[in-house]
Design a protein around this ligand. Sequence first.
Ligand SMILES: Cc1cc2nc3c(=O)[nH]c(=O)nc-3n(C[C@H](O)[C@H](O)[C@H](O)COP(=O)(O)OP(=O)(O)OC[C@H]3O[C@@H](n4cnc5c(N)ncnc54)[C@H](O)[C@@H]3O)c2cc1C
Ligand SMILES: *[C@@H]1O[C@H](CO)[C@@H](O)[C@H](O)[C@H]1NC(C)=O
Ligand SMILES: *[C@@H]1O[C@H](CO)[C@@H](O)[C@H](O)[C@H]1NC(C)=O
Length: 382
Amino acid sequence: MENITVLIVGAGPAGLATATCLTQFSIPYVIVERENCSASLWRYRAYDRLKLHLAKEFCELPHMSYPADAPTYIPKSSFVKYLDDYIGRFNIQPKYLTSVESSTYDNDKECWNIVTRDIAECTTINFMAKFLVVASGENSAENIPETPGFQNFPGEAIHSSRYKSGKSFHGKNMLVIGSGNSGMEIAYDLATYGANTSIVIRRPVHVMTKELIRLGMTLVHHLPLNIVDNLLVMAAKFIFGDLSTHGITMPKVGPMILKSKTGRSAVIDVGTVGFIKKGIIKVQGSISNIMGNIVKFQCGDEIPFDAIVFATGYKSTANMWLQNGESMLNNNGLPIKEYPNHWKGENRLYYAGLARRGLAGIATDAKNKANDIKSVIGSMYG
Ligand SMILES: Cc1cc2nc3c(=O)[nH]c(=O)nc-3n(C[C@H](O)[C@H](O)[C@H](O)COP(=O)(O)OP(=O)(O)OC[C@H]3O[C@@H](n4cnc5c(N)ncnc54)[C@H](O)[C@@H]3O)c2cc1C
Ligand SMILES: *[C@@H]1O[C@H](CO)[C@@H](O)[C@H](O)[C@H]1NC(C)=O
Ligand SMILES: *[C@@H]1O[C@H](CO)[C@@H](O)[C@H](O)[C@H]1NC(C)=O
C-alpha cells in the first residue's frame, strides 16, 4: 500500500497536462498508464494520415507552445514528438503497464483506495490517494453498434482505431460506417488508394473546411454563438453547395451550438465531399442487416462488401472501475455534471479530458484542477 497525494489515471494529453500543472505548484503525484507508452491513442490507435483537426493555437497543452515553425495543422507524428518533449521538459514519469482496476472512496480515512495491476509482473499495487484524477479518456474502448448478421460477415471488419491506411485495400469493395471526422477521412483515404468505397451517413452532419472552423473558434470570443453559426452555415453552403442530393443533410442546430450542447463536432472536409460529388465515394443510409458478405440497407439496396471499417466512435470506461462513481458518471462513463462544472466530482475526485472539448478543453481543465487541488491542500494543512 502506497500513501500518495494525487493519483492520475491515464497518461494521454489530459493526464500529462494535469501532471505539469501540479508540478508548477510542487504538488507530488503518481501517474499510471495501462499501455507501454504515453498517448497510446496517438501512437497506436490513429490512422497514418491524421493531422490535428484544429489549428495549433487550439491544441497546446499548458506551459509549452509548439515550435514557431510548426505548421498550422500539426501532423500526428509531430504531435507525438511535442508530447515526448513535454514529458521530458516537465520530467513526467508515468508508471506504464499499470492498469487501474477499481477505486473506492474510504469515508473513514477520507482517501481514495485504488487497486492497480502491474500488467508485466501480474501483481497488484494498492494506492491510498487524497486526490483522484480520472484522465482515462473518452476514447478508451471501441464502440461498435450491434448489427444483425455482423458475426457471420466473412470479410475483415475493423474499428477505425485499428485502421492505418488504405494501402492494403486497393481494388476492394469497402464500407465505412459512421460519418464523423474519422469515418469521412478514412473513406477519403480508402478512395485515394483505389478502394471502391461507400460510406454510411445516418444522421445530419455539418461539413466545414478547417479554415471555417478556425475562424468560428476565433469569432466565438467576440460574437454570440448563433451569429457565428449563421456565418459558418452560409459560408459552408457557398463552398460546398447543397449536399442533400448527395445524402448529406445539415442539422437544424448550427455547428458551434451543437458542439457546445452535445459535444458533436462538425466534420472537417479533407476532400471527401469532392469524391462524393464525383461519385467516387458512394453515400448510403442506415443498414438493416448483414447476410454473409451482403449488406442490406434500409432503402432496400443489397451490396456485397469485402471489408467494413466501423468509424462509430468510442466509449469511456471509467464507470467500470470507478466505484461510488455511479452518482458522478453516466452510462457512457462521462461526468453527469455539465460544462463548465464537469471537471470536479465529490470527495476530491476530478475529471480530465471528459468534456468532449478536445485539447483546448483539456488545457483549461488541467489548470482549474491544479488550482483547486492547491487550495484544498492549503486549507487541509495551512
Ligand atoms: C482520431 C482522433 C482525432 C482527434 N483529433 C483531435 C484534434 O485535432 N484536436 C483536439 O483537440 N482533439 C482531438 N481529438 C480528441 C482526443 O480525444 C484528444 O485529442 C486527446 O487524445 C484526449 O486525451 P485524453 O488524455 O483525454 O485521452 P487519451 O489520449 O485517450 O488518453 C487516456 C489514457 O488513459 C489510459 N487508460 C484508460 N483506462 C485506464 C485504466 N483503467 N488504467 C490506466 N490507464 C488507463 C489509456 O490507455 C490512454 O493512454 C481526436 C481524437 C481522435 C480519436
Ligand atoms: C507497446 O505496445 C504496442 C501495442 O499496444 C506494441 O505494438 C509495441 O510493440 C509495444 N512496445 C514495446 C516496446 O513493448
Ligand atoms: C463499387 O461499389 C458499388 C456499390 O457501392 C457497386 O455497385 C459496384 O459494382 C462496385 N464496383 C466494382 C468494380 O466492384
